[in-house]
Write a protein that binds this ligand. Structure first.
Ligand code: EPZ
Length: 421
């Protein structure tokens, strides 16, 4: 297994170029299943989850060619309808093929995604939406078996809870359904907006893009002609490097971003007394005299993202005073706390709220273990300001979602090396 060795307290400076968004690219690759033509996708992040999803497309019978940040997918040869356990167990996002495969073939089996390090993460809302569109769904030997032999029909779907993946699956299913689908309480994340825009540019009529009410006119099983597109920048990767600047209290430019997607992150950094300069496609974080504590509640977009909670917790250890973080989306997303404690942080957890007693220059390098993608990036951030050497084990989590993390950090002055245990 690989681990990262980080020597803390190096000065960082310069510019980080942000890659395409993993969480946008995954549903966008899934949506190619709805098409009859070859589609070229640019600004594709080179991370493990994307490669796993492409492997799934291959297993379904599709073909693809990947080279230098671009993939060309030919979905016309897709002829299988099962997402098997071996793939789903490594990546829950495999559930995103359920809507498009079912809509195209009238049948789909997906191995039931289990809970994961951040909580139970059920898929009941995905299934309820597809059932409302006429699918018959049974759970058999750990597989979701969905069928709609006469095709899916447009329906009115009211989500009890805002769900990113559930909204994506429903949008893709609705694109090939017969008639009109209305989604109420839809997720509004930029990744959803891009999925809608790609479909709309390819002829699907969608009203309400970017709002919580989407109205989609389906093609009645006629496959789409999807136009080539580039994946939007990764707002969570950008936020993570913004925290790298803040935690080391150095000036750093984060480029190739959409500042609008970073508003809640920028606003929390400003509350912590950092100045954030914004350009058309970059943000620059400036150092501050005093890092102030902050109170954060995670919520759906455009609120503060759960995917940035762990990184801000690392940052709050350096603030002058008491910060709180209230995690409202996932029930078990404080796994990084025990590892931050190993580095000397003073954090107390009570239910879904963490209280961080911050003080600059108190962290010391240690051996720590990565538990999920964002928890791992919090440990990397903490290691950048810890005195001495931190070894972060189980970094395969980081490789799932951060492209060239060592390369990007090394370029801005951090001392980071990868070793095999
Ligand atoms: C997406 O997961 C992201 N993953 C997650 O990013 C992100 O943390 C999450 O949205 C929230 O923003 C991808 O886009 C691939 P949800 P998703 O459905 O779609 C509950 C990362 O680090 N729920 O919006 O699985 C669920 O348990 C990851 O990149 C149900 O109860 O999240 C959670 O409490 C991790 N039933 C809440 O809704 C359902 O059927 C939001 O989950 C579906 C969800």
């Amino acid at each position: 297994m690989k681990y990262l060795k980080i020597i803390g307290k190096n000065k960082i400076s310069g510019e980080v170029i942000i890659s395409g968004a993993k969480n946008a690219a995954l549903p966008l690759i899934a949506c190619t299943i709805l098409a009859k033509n070859e589609i070229s996708i640019g600004n594709l992040p080179d991370v493990v989850d994307i490669n796993t999803f492409l492997k799934l497309i291959d297993k379904l019978g599709g073909t693809f060619q990947k080279n230098e940040g671009r993939v060309t997918i030919n979905p016309s040869t897709i002829n299988k309808t099962t997402a098997t356990y071996d793939i789903v167990k490594t990546m829950r996002a495999s559930i995103l093929v359920l809507g498009p495969i079912l809509a195209r073939f009238g049948y789909c089996e997906v191995s039931l995604p289990g809970g994961c390090a951040i909580g139970q993460r059920p898929v009941d809302l995905h299934l309820k939406a597809l059932e409302a569109m006429g699918a018959k769904i049974v759970i058999n030997h750990g597989y979701i078996e969905a069928s709609a032999p006469d095709g899916l029909k447009g329906a009115k779907i009211v989500f009890d809870k805002v769900t990113v993946g559930g909204t994506e699956n429903t949008i893709m299913a609705a694109a090939l359904a017969k008639g009109e689908t209305t989604i109420i309480n839809a997720a509004k994340e930029p990744e959803i907006v891009q999925l809608c825009e790609v479909l709309a540019n390819s002829g699907v009529k969608i009203e309400g893009i970017g709002s919580s009410k989407l109205i989609i006119q389906g093609s009645n099983k006629e496959l789409l002609e999807i136009k080539d597109f580039d994946v939007i920048p990764d707002r969570i990767e950008a936020g993570t490097y913004m925290c790298a600047a803040a935690i080391t209290n150095e000036k750093l430019k984060i480029s190739k971003v959409i500042p609008l997607h970073l508003e809640s992150i920028i606003s929390k950094l400003e509350e912590m007394n950092f100045q954030v300069l914004q350009d058309e496609d970059s943000v620059t974080i400036l150092p501050t005299d005093e890092i102030k504590p902050v109170n954060i509640v995670t919520t759906e977009y455009p609120g503060f993202p759960t995917d940035m909670q762990a990184q801000f917790m690392a940052l709050a250890t350096q603030a002058n005073g008491v910060s709180t973080i209230d995690e409202r989306l996932f029930e078990n997303r404080f796994m990084h706390v025990s590892e931050l404690l190993r580095l000397g942080a003073d954090i107390h957890v009570n239910g879904n709220t963490a209280t961080i007693n911050g003080k600059a220059n108190t962290l010391k390098g240690s051996d720590v273990m990565a538990t999920d993608l964002r928890a791992s990036s919090a440990l990397v951030l903490a290691a950048l300001v810890a005195q001495g050497e931190t070894n972060i084990h189980r970094i395969y989590h980081l490789d799932r979602g951060y492209e060239d993390l060592e390369g990007k950090l090394t370029k801005i002055g951090a001392e980071v090396k990868r070793f095999t245990e």
